[in-house]
Write a protein that binds this ligand. Structure first.
Ligand code: HSE
Length: 400
């Protein structure tokens, strides 16, 4: 039997207990032994939970117990999750986590401490909720160069944008709904302002390149400015607005960013609605590959945490199973954002001749109620910034 400890008994922690209980037979078969929760660390007591006898409030109880070989960290946030993870790894315990903030900020250090101590640090649940993406990036795509990644990586914002588009729902009402469903972060500004997606694209970029960018330093724009005029612009161009996390290389340097984009109906990410995430990875040998599934929520995320636990139980010797990772912190590897080029869409007030003068010949345009909506191909950030200074801007979007 393997005994484990859970750090945090919120949405994901509660889900891990549920998955381990409800699917214990199949998990025992696949892990070749029983996996049992010995401790749950939380500030609260949960007197009505069947797990109330496992609740502890002192982390030292877990750290000092030699029976605990695996710690599942689902506290969220950087602190004390980082300190607790580090202490567990130094004590010779493997750690699995759903905590994207901790992986994005401290991944390279925690991976190296794990390697030095002959244990594992695993984080399948940190990106894409229940979608298998971390393990395929590490193992299955390892013969490929990753050319680009485009991902809908935040379930809460995709849920909000879908409801705003399909039902004309109000932003704040749908956000409350997403919170009630357990999709949103404790502080949902991380979702709606794009930071959660930024952390996730930083993790995928590190898997693709071995270099860990600073998630607070990459370009990051959320969905708080999306209004009915923006949704109407998208619809009239046969697109949907999605919060897209993007990675590519520009002249060998790394460009990772998050922003709302217009996704045309012929792009596979167009059909990714509600809480689902979709991750389109473009590679040199395989070509394009798409990962799709539930990107947030209790059981999908918990299932990914439990998959990592089973992986550790079934590969007791470090070096077996998943390939070991070693990341470096970015040091001059960041691309200049102003040189990033993509297709773009704008709505402005004014004259079509001004549009042509400042933006070049549009690839499409239409005029409605004195407003001109148009698209342009392959325009850089610097060119777009310069052009919009000359017009009365209503909306601007990058396109996929
Ligand atoms: N708040 C996150 C989301 C949870 O909505 O995607 C999963 O990481």
């Amino acid at each position: 039997m393997t005994q484990i400890a859970l750090l945090g008994f919120g949405v994901v922690g509660g889900g891990v207990a549920k998955v381990l209980t409800e699917n214990q037979d199949i998990i025992k078969k696949r892990a070749s032994e029983e996996i049992s929760i010995k401790y749950i660390l939380d500030l609260r007591d949960f007197p009505d939970s069947p797990f109330c006898d496992r609740i502890v409030h002192d982390y030292d109880t877990i750290l000092s117990d030699p029976d605990i070989k695996i710690v599942a960290e689902m506290m969220g946030g950087s602190h004390p999750a980082y300190e607790y993870t580090k202490a567990a790894l130094l004590a010779g315990k493997s750690v699995v986590t759903s905590n994207k903030e901790c992986v994005a900020k401290f991944g390279q250090e925690l991976l190296s401490i794990a390697a030095e101590n002959g244990v594992r640090y695993m984080f399948e649940a940190s990106v894409g909720g229940g979608i298998p993406i971390i393990r395929p990036m590490i193992n299955d795509l390892s013969p490929n160069n990753i050319i680009s990644i485009d991902g809908i990586l935040n379930g809460t914002t995709n849920y909000i944008l879908t409801k705003m588009t399909q039902d004309g729902s109000d932003f704040s009402e749908v956000l409350s709904d997403a919170q009630a469903k357990g999709y949103a972060e404790r502080n949902p500004s991380a979702d709606v302002e794009g930071l959660d997606a930024a952390r996730k694209i930083v993790i995928l970029t590190a898997l693709a390149t071995g270099i860990r960018l600073d998630s607070d330093a990459i370009y990051c724009e959320g969905i708080t400015e999306i209004d009915p005029t923006a949704i109407a612009l998208a619809e009239s161009l046969d697109c949907k607005i999605k919060l897209i996390a993007h990675f590519e290389k520009i002249d060998g340097k790394l460009l990772s960013m998050v922003s709302p984009r217009l996704v045309p109906s012929d792009n596979p990410l167009y059909a990714v609605d509600d809480v689902f995430n979709g991750i389109l990875v473009s590679t040199d040998m395989l070509g394009d590959v798409m990962f799709y599934g539930r990107g947030a929520g209790m059981l999908p995320t918990a299932g990914a945490v439990v998959a990592d636990i089973i992986d550790i139980v079934t590969h007791k010797t470090v070096g077996e199973g998943i390939r070991a990772l070693s990341w470096k912190i970015a040091d001059g590897n960041e691309a200049d954002f102003s040189s990033y080029r993509c297709d773009r869409a704008f709505t402005v007030r004014g004259d079509i001749e001004d549009v042509k003068k400042y933006f070049g010949e549009p690839s499409r345009y239409f005029i409605e109620d004195g407003k001109i909506s148009f698209t342009v191909k392959n325009m850089s950030e610097a060119e777009a910034d310069a052009a919009v200074r000359n017009v009365s801007l209503i909306n601007k979007f990058r396109m996929l």
